[in-house]
Design a protein around this ligand. Structure first.
Ligand SMILES: [Zn+2]
Ligand SMILES: [Zn+2]
Length: 191
């Protein structure tokens, strides 16, 4: 059996049986304990599984996963995330302003704050106060149609001179994204 196959087997059993000891895994998969340790190392590093007193078990799935976008469910690795803080103090993470604005529109009544980053300085700004630049030649490689967020109108316009696009305010940007998506319920992100 290949290591990858053993890992799949292992995950399947952990799912069905909960925790398993290393000795137990070694017996079932008919490999040495050394091999088991080697197999599980990457799974431990990726936090797919955790060590417990009895051996190992699957990592609990946290309710509000911080690793995926709350709107398009894509993995969060963007440099331009948006955060929404709800009235009951839940923090939602969105991959980019595109998803931030669409998510905001979905749960508008429950939103206490929506926060984004200034595109150039990476400083934290209130999304409602930000300037949005749409249709620039600069590609964030996230969701389409994309918008870039700026704290000051001056900087948005300077960026616009170099890369083109249209500057909008918060509400305008939401309307425009929704319009371009033809009222589709989902997100046009490439998943
Ligand atoms: Zn997203
Ligand atoms: Zn995105």
């Amino acid at each position: 059996m290949l290591p990858i196959e053993r890992r799949q087997q292992l995950l399947k059993r952990l799912k069905e049986e909960g925790a398993l000891s290393i000795a137990e895994i070694s017996r079932r998969l008919q490999v040495s304990e050394m091999t088991v340790y080697r197999d599980i190392k990457p799974l431990l590093e990726e936090r797919v599984i955790i060590k417990t007193s009895g051996g190992i078990s699957l990592a609990p799935i946290s309710k509000t996963s911080v690793n995926t976008c709350n709107y398009c469910l894509k993995e969060l690795n963007s440099r331009h995330p948006v955060q929404i803080i709800t009235n009951d103090l839940n923090v939602e993470q969105l991959c980019c302003p595109h998803c931030g604005l669409l998510r905001y529109k979905d749960i508008e009544k429950d939103v206490s704050q929506i926060i984004c980053r200034d595109f150039l300085q990476n400083s934290t700004i209130s999304a409602k106060m930000a300037y949005y630049l749409m249709d620039t030649d600069f590609n964030l490689n996230c969701c389409q149609p994309q918008v870039l967020t700026f704290e000051s109108l001056k900087q948005a316009e300077q960026f616009q001179k170099g890369f083109g696009g249209v500057v909008m305010r918060f509400e305008e940007a939401i309307d425009e994204i929704q319009k371009r998506m033809n009222g589709a319920a989902g997100c046009s992100c490439e998943k």
